[in-house]
Design a protein around this ligand. Structure first.
Ligand code: C2E
Ligand code: CA
Ligand code: CA
Ligand code: CA
Length: 277
């Protein structure tokens, strides 16, 4: 109790968190109705020559009063309220539309990777949704990757796995995101439709300081290579981390060292003018 005989299940701090939640929920609804979002794009490059393999599309919400609000704050709210369905439709459509435009401008070999939430997998017939969007935008299936977190994968129903398999048969690439943090068993990698492993930033950050993380990172890399999966190291910020993952045989990296996420305008001017691919 708080000394006045009132049982404390509710602290002032919790109150402000709840207020912020409801405020953002209402603002999200408005922002979705007015399409007040944009995408930023972060390259994933090959370690040998830093050539761009693909871009990850990352949503940005620039609120008129609050400024930039992190997706780590608003995506969970969008998920709990199912607003992620409408928002996620826009994200996939806009990602494919942008990549299709870049293809037509000459960036032919580069793919686009889109984060898909577990809520979307539950409520959308994924294969149909994806093929419809590809058709609408003229993007080949081989130019699209879907990123699904490890924790979403392990709770996915058989029906969802079948949908992902259908996407894969159509030519779409499937990545397991934040790998190493979701407590999947190793059979996940054998049984699930996965082409790419994105090793969570935690392992990259820890590996240079902590011998155990170093060994785990090395083992994931070896396992992935044995299973013929493409491995991406996330969150590479320092040259030493880059050299470390390279020495472990990891072929692709993503991180601030190479590039921060960029606006489509900057990607257009930097990459297309440098005529990569
Ligand atoms: P994620 O899918 O793991 O995305 C990678 C995050 O790491 C991005 O943060 C990216 O900007 C950041 N990052 C990249 N390189 C570095 C680095 O070297 N150092 C550090 N410290 N961070 C780095 P962002 O854009 O803030 O997104 C955070 C999370 O929000 C994403 O994590 C993803 O879970 C979610 N998210 C973002 N965009 C979308 C989206 O379009 N749809 C869905 N469903 N979720 C999204
Ligand atoms: Ca991701
Ligand atoms: Ca990730
Ligand atoms: Ca993450």
């Amino acid at each position: 109790t708080d000394g006045r005989g009132i049982f404390k299940v509710y602290s002032p701090e919790m109150g402000s968190k709840i207020r912020r939640y409801h405020y953002l929920l209402e603002e999200l609804r408005l922002a979705i109705a007015s399409q007040n979002f944009h995408l930023s794009f972060q390259p994933i490059v090959h370690v040998e020559d830093c050539a761009i393999d693909y871009f990850e599309a990352l949503i940005r919400w620039h609120h008129p009063i609050e400024g930039l609000i992190s997706p780590t704050e608003f995506i969970p709210i969008a998920e709990e309220s199912n607003l992620i369905l409408e928002l996620g439709d826009w994200i996939l459509l806009e990602s494919c539309r942008q990549m299709s435009a870049w293809h037509n401008a000459g960036m032919k070999k580069v793919k686009i990777s889109v984060n898909v939430s577990g809520i979307q997998l539950k409520h959308r017939p994924v294969a149909q949704w994806v093929t419809d969007t590809l058709e609408k935008t003229g993007l080949p299936a081989s130019s699209l990757m879907l990123e699904i977190t490890e924790s979403t994968f392990i709770t996915a129903s058989d029906k969802i796995i079948e949908e992902l398999e259908a996407c894969r048969r159509a030519g779409v690439t499937i990545a397991i995101d934040d790998f190493g943090t979701g407590f999947s068993s190793l059979s996940t990698l054998a049984d699930l439709p996965i082409d790419v492993i994105k090793i969570d930033k935690l392992f990259i950050t820890q590996a240079s300081q902590n011998a155990k993380y170093h060994k785990i990172l090395n083992s994931i890399s070896e396992l992935g290579t044995q299973l013929e999966l493409k491995i991406v190291a996330e969150g590479v910020e320092q040259a030493e981390q880059f050299e470390l993952v390279k020495s472990m045989g990891i072929r692709c990296v993503q991180g601030y060292l190479v590039s921060r996420p960029e606006t489509s305008h900057n990607v257009g001017t930097k990459v297309l003018k440098g005529n990569v691919n």
